[in-house]
Design a protein around this ligand. Sequence first.
Ligand code: FDP
Length: 331
Amino acid sequence: MVQPTQSSKFMTLVRQIHEGEQSHPGATGEFSDLLHGLSLAAKLVWREVTKAGLVNILGKTDRLNISGDEVKKLDEFADETIFKMMDHVGHLCVMASEENEDLLHIPEHYPQGRYALIYDPLDGSSNIDANVTIGSIFSIHRRVSREGKGTMDDVLQPGHKQVAAGYILYGSSMMFVYCAGHGVHGFTLDPTVGEFLLSHENIRIPPRGSIYSVNEGNIGRWKPEMQRYVQYLKQEDKETGRPYSSRYIGSLVADVHRTLLYGGIYCYPGDTRSPEGKLRLMYENNPLAYIVEHAGGAASDGRQRILDIQPDSLHQRSPLFVGSVEEVRLA
Ligand code: FDP
């Protein structure tokens, strides 16, 4: 028999966002709508991802995206799905997607809202054919322009101004991890009922870790100090817990998710070929830095906090060192 005092374990994503909003006087429910829209888009993407081996969707299209990467059909599907799911909600004034060179404006027949959405529709897409975990990443800013169509200023804001950020993992299960300023929460999709259920409440990253994650194939192009750092992590030393273990999936969202849960560090440094590294500040580094910082970790470009970088272009890159506080400090 159900006891009236028994706490409910069935905390769905929508319920948690809703309850969070209710605890803030004056909340308008816009956030619930935005996150709900994103979670719905993610379910549609997940449906295609799980079908990827079955239907002829794995072929590459014959063009490159704005960052020069090969675009696969699933990237396009995810890109369009997120846009179409979010364009009419009425709370956004503009969007920006990693797959598109310019801002994505809200069609004129829909109302313009108070927020700007920045997203990477399918991160780690070079792993699709190998059935490796991939993901979508999002970042939400409050608009700074007063009214009408959103502008570049609404999007080009430093990461510390994000009002929410998160990612969706398409892996052995599907997860929705987000933070709207009050803790980082992870929800796992129960496919039998189609609902995201709270599985990881208030995630905290361990202050130290013993895993490092970096594409070591690039070592010859790194600066000597970066080479020395990784050599140091590999040396034997009982007191400091070295050598660290090496783990690199090559799918940023999956590598950062593991780092968030187990601790350690993920690095994508600059090198002689790409001085600012490979990762994009607005679509990847800012939202992931926001999540990790809110879970008690840190994120730096090697010179300054990621969230303090003032962006000057939509697709700019930055080096990334993200993870446990102590590990990022050491790096
Ligand atoms: P992908 O090109 O497969 O989309 O920034 C994109 C990204 O993957 C990240 O998800 C991933 O961590 C990184 O590139 C991998 O880059 P390297 O192959 O240079 O290691």
